[in-house]
Design a protein around this ligand. Structure first.
Ligand code: SF4
Length: 62
């Protein structure tokens, strides 16, 4: 996938799901930033998708 399209997809996901995510806000306030971040990476399907796109961008850079 073209780099520009990957960046677009990432921004779209962040804007649509993450920007006003109540779950993330709750977890940050209750358990802290690291816990919230871990949840995003390990347990959220949106976070999983972001991880996949992130890997695409990193593999292109190296
Ligand atoms: S990755 Fe999931 S839990 Fe984390 S901010 Fe985005 S939508 Fe919310």
């Amino acid at each position: 996938m073209e780099r520009k399209l990957v960046v677009h997809k990432v921004n779209e996901l962040l804007d649509t799901f993450c920007q006003d995510c109540f779950l993330n806000k709750y977890l940050r306030q209750t358990y802290g930033k690291n816990h919230a971040q871990r949840f995003c990476i390990q347990q959220c399907s949106v976070g999983d998708e972001l991880k996949t796109y992130g890997k695409m961008l990193v593999s292109r850079d190296s």
